[in-house]
Design a protein around this ligand. Structure first.
Ligand code: C5P
Length: 404
């Protein structure tokens, strides 16, 4: 358990999203963390202290002047007790207080008094989030080293649509894990493929697909952040190279195959996120094909090699993880695909779901390996990448990295 016995102070302020903090408590308790919930006065308007007391197993603290509670653990002791403070939801008012160093209640006082890292999950109406004062406060808080997660965009409880929704509890859990138990890939070499491939038909035309490369780039970034020596083999896309990652740009599936296979043998982990074209034009015309030319309306195709299956077939292969985008029976299809390709694990997403997909900034998936599966629920692609790297490290490299 990565969060075992960690002390987490969960601040709840007055926002509709307060119900999500109850789910976060459950997730933290599942990891055997200690959770102390602290309410601001207005949090009581949105969720009951009884619910959070029952879930966390500790009375909710809400009053700086409560002599009995202060006698048990005073607010300064509580501030010292915390390994991490998470404020979810964090209202515009709470953010303003924290940005200005105001301490009108127990939670704001604790935030001033603690040396622990503070994570905030802003949640408010979209106009309140966009207000210049809130944006100024968000910038001050980020500059002070507070970590702001979200907000997400979408439909709001007030009927508006836009930025201001609190991120899902699972995304917060992932951030908590990253701060308190960051995955360690020091000393490991990781190779990631990302983006589409382009299969040339003639000097100006090609066959390709909609892959944006965002998920693969985020995975390379997360591996590098975990300390891995990371190589990204990228098909054509418009993203900047992630920091501390060696990026090699390729065009066709054949180029990608050659770039991967020439480096695969000494990698610890290969993650194939690229949307590699299954087929390429059997012939590439040297000159632009003229409209009406004989055979111009047909494109004979031949298959490309499966890159990750080839890596998995090496005499001493690295751990190989593939991706599968499926539209029907995704889990069954992906389990079969993992075995067919002879790879260690596969990440499957249901691309029939309109909230996720090629150009979206969000994703939801299931990681499947021999004998186990774990859900990576709806969250930003960056957050899903961090969660995936965390799971892969725990599952496949825990011993190697703890030795180093
Ligand atoms: O078979 P399918 O294309 O659905 O498999 C997807 C997975 O296989 C992805 O991880 C993708 O990067 C990888 N792949 C590959 N080489 C191919 C086709 C797919 O590495 N030629």
């Amino acid at each position: 358990m990565t969060l075992a016995r960690k002390n987490i102070l969960l601040g709840v302020t007055g926002g509709v999203a307060a119900y999500k903090s109850a789910i976060l408590v459950r997730h933290l308790l599942d990891e055997t963390a200690n959770v102390q919930v602290v309410f601001t006065p207005s949090a009581h308007e949105f969720i009951t202290a009884t619910t959070l007391q029952a879930l966390s197993g500790r009375p909710v603290r809400d009053d700086l002047w409560d002599r009995q509670a202060e006698a048990a653990m005073g607010h300064i002791e509580l501030a010292r007790w915390a390994d991490l403070v998470v404020v979810a939801p964090a209202t515009a008012h709470f953010m303003a207080c924290l940005a200005q160093g105001l301490a009108p209640n127990l939670l704001t006082t604790l935030c001033l008094a603690t040396d622990a890292p503070i994570v905030l999950a802003p949640a408010m109406n979209q106009a309140m989030w966009r207000a210049p004062a809130t944006q100024r406060n968000a910038a001050i808080l980020a500059g002070d080293g507070r970590r702001l997660i979200g907000p997400d965009e979408g439909d709001q409880a007030c009927g508006d649509t836009g930025p201001g929704r609190m991120v899902e509890p699972e995304e917060l859990l992932c951030a908590v894990r990253q701060i308190l138990a960051p995955p360690c890939m020091k000393g490991l070499k990781v190779l990631v493929t990302a983006g589409p491939t382009q299969e040339a038909l003639d000097p100006v035309r090609y066959l390709s697909n909609q892959s944006s490369g965002k998920q693969g780039y985020a995975i390379a970034q997360a591996a590098a952040a975990a300390g891995a020596q990371t190589t990204l083999i990228s098909g054509p896309c418009h993203l900047p190279a992630p920091t501390n990652v060696e990026r090699i740009q390729v065009v066709s599936a054949q180029d990608m195959h050659d770039a991967v296979l020439s480096r695969a043998a000494d990698q610890a982990l290969v993650v194939g996120v690229a949307a590699v074209a299954d087929y390429r034009p059997a012939q590439q015309a040297e000159q632009k094909i003229k409209k009406g030319a004989q055979g111009a309306a047909q494109i004979p195709l031949e298959p490309n090699q499966d890159i990750i299956a080839a890596v998995a077939a090496l005499p001493t292969p690295p751990i190989v993880v593939g991706f599968a985008a499926e539209t029907e029976r995704p889990l069954q299809q992906a389990r079969a695909k993992r075995q067919r390709k002879g790879i260690d694990a596969i990440v499957v997403n249901d691309v029939a779901n309109p909230r996720i997909g090629f150009n979206s900034n969000h994703n939801a998936a299931t990681l499947i390996w021999e004998g186990g599966e774990v859900e990576l629920p709806y969250q930003s692609k960056e957050s899903l990448a961090a969660a995936l790297i965390q799971h892969l490290t725990e599952r496949f490299f825990a011993q190697e990295t703890s030795r180093g």
